[in-house]
Design a binder for this molecule. Structure first.
Ligand SMILES: [Fe+2]
Length: 197
């Protein structure tokens, strides 16, 4: 995780300054990755094609809007804690842990794999940040991360993963390449595959 200098504007919320600074730093990392996932969803929303165009176009748009809501909640929590929310594309590109997507249009299985890989990266770091926030007494940050960020991302993963049930093995092989580049694991079994998160 990048360490980022945080300029504090103190308000009294009963939390130690070091706790606020630590939470804001974690939240900025999570914010960067949420903003990347938000844009990945828009890319897929625009570029999806094929027989599943309409339902996936709508699903990707819905998930994009939900990530926008998470982005706003996390950014405002950072400000509340006295930190400075990152906001520019340059800062996001510098900080994100999510591999960059190609400009080229990807087939649907690769779109799904890329999105699932990004979700897993976010969920792993959010679980760690939530535990640290709980241990340091920052219940507000813990609650935001658990009840909003984790639960929204887990639900989106479920909706995506159901589209991969029954995908033939040859497509699984192609998808595995994209998932590997997106930091995701694939489990192949008897001509079908499932994602393991
Ligand atoms: Fe649209």
């Amino acid at each position: 995780m990048n360490s980022r200098r945080v300029s504090r504007q103190r308000i009294s919320i009963g939390l130690d300054e070091n706790v606020c600074t630590s939470s804001a730093t974690w939240l900025n990392q999570i914010l960067a990755d949420i903003m990347v996932l938000r844009d990945l969803y828009k890319k897929c929303h625009w570029q999806v094609a094929g027989e599943m165009f309409y339902p996936l176009h709508l699903l990707f748009g819905k998930h994009n809007a939900e990530q926008v809501d998470l982005m706003d909640a996390v950014a405002e929590r950072i400000q509340l804690l006295g930190g400075i929310s990152i906001a520019s594309a340059a800062d996001v590109a510098e900080m994100t842990s999510i591999p960059p997507a190609p400009q080229a249009v990807e087939p649907v299985p690769d779109q799904l794999a890329r999105l699932l890989g990004a979700h897993e990266i976010i969920l792993l770091e959010v679980r760690t940040a939530a535990q640290l926030a709980a241990q340091s007494g920052d219940d507000g940050t813990n609650d935001l991360l658990v009840s909003q960020v984790i639960r929204t991302n887990e639900l989106q993963v479920w909706f995506l993963a159901q589209h991969l049930v029954g995908v033939p093995r040859e497509q699984a092989d192609q998808t595995g390449t994209a998932q590997k580049s997106a930091g995701m694991r694939v489990v192949a079994t008897s001509g079908r595959f499932a994602t393991e998160s």
